[in-house]
Write a protein that binds this ligand. Structure first.
Ligand SMILES: [Zn+2]
Ligand SMILES: [Zn+2]
Length: 213
C-alpha cells in the first residue's frame, strides 16, 4: 500500500483527525484538524512528512478548530479544501459561538470541492462524495484502491451524525447515507469523524438508523 495513514484523536469532542501520506514522497494531507494543530504538525514532522493540503469533511468547529495552530506550525500555510456549501458555517467559526466560545479559524478554504472530484495523495486517488444532511456542504473522501472511506460526521459505528444543528436535515442525511455510503462494497473500511472505525457491511447489518434504507 503506497499510502500511510495516521489517526489522532483530538480535542474535547474526541474528533478523529487523519494524516494521509504518500510513502514515496512524504507529501501529506490532513483531514479534519479539529484541535491540537501543533500535535498534528509534530506527528507529520516526526515521520519526515510535509503537509501541503488540508481536506475538511465539513466546517463544524470540532473539525476545523486546530487549523490555525496547524498552519502556524508549518513552514508554509497549507491549501485548505472544502465544499462551498459549508463556507457560511466556516465564516461563523464553525458554530463555536453557539456553544459559547470563539475560534480563530485560520487560513480560509481556497479549494472548493465538488461531488465526483478526484483528489490525490501520491498515487492514491480519492473521490469526493457530497453527503449533505449533517451540514449542507459535508463531503466524504473515498479511495477505491484502498477500500477506504473517510466519512466525517455522516455515519458512525452503529450511529449517524446529528441533524439538530443549523442547516441540518434528517431526511437529507439518510438519503446521503443510502446513496453515498451503502452503495459502496461491504468490505469498505469506514473511518468516521468520531469513535471507532467500522465497515460498510457492518453498518448495513447493524446500524439501526439505516435498517430501512
Ligand atoms: Zn459535525
Ligand atoms: Zn464532529
Amino acid at each position: 500500500m503506497p499510502l500511510d495513514l495516521v489517526h489522532l484523536v483530538v480535542g474535547p469532542l474526541e474528533t478523529n483527525a487523519y494524516l494521509l501520506a504518500d510513502r514515496a514522497t512524504g507529501t501529506a494531507v490532513v483531514v479534519d484538524p479539529g484541535a491540537e494543530g501543533e500535535r498534528i504538525a509534530a506527528a507529520a514532522q516526526a515521520r519526515g512528512w510535509t503537509i501541503r493540503h488540508v481536506w475538511l469533511t465539513h466546517a463544524h468547529f470540532d473539525h476545523i478548530g486546530g487549523l490555525a495552530a496547524l498552519a502556524d506550525a508549518l513552514p508554509a500555510w497549507p491549501l485548505v479544501a472544502m465544499h462551498p456549501d459549508d463556507l457560511w458555517l466556516w465564516r461563523l467559526e464553525g458554530g463555536a459561538p453557539l456553544f459559547g466560545f470563539r475560534l480563530d479559524p485560520g487560513p480560509e478554504p481556497s479549494v472548493f470541492l465538488q461531488h465526483g472530484q478526484r483528489l490525490r495523495v501520491g498515487d492514491t486517488e480519492f473521490e469526493v462524495r457530497h453527503a449533505p444532511g449533517h451540514t449542507p456542504g459535508h463531503v466524504m473522501f473515498y479511495a477505491p484502491t484502498e477500500n477506504l472511506l473517510l466519512a466525517g460526521d455522516v455515519i458512525f459505528r452503529e450511529g449517524i451524525g446529528r441533524t439538530d444543528l443549523p442547516q441540518g436535515d434528517y431526511e437529507t442525511l439518510l438519503r446521503s447515507i443510502r446513496d453515498q455510503v451503502l452503495t459502496l462494497p461491504d468490505e469498505t473500511r469506514v473511518l468516521p469523524g468520531h469513535g471507532p472505525a467500522t465497515t460498510v457491511g457492518h453498518e448495513r447489518r447493524y446500524n439501526p438508523f439505516v435498517a430501512d434504507l
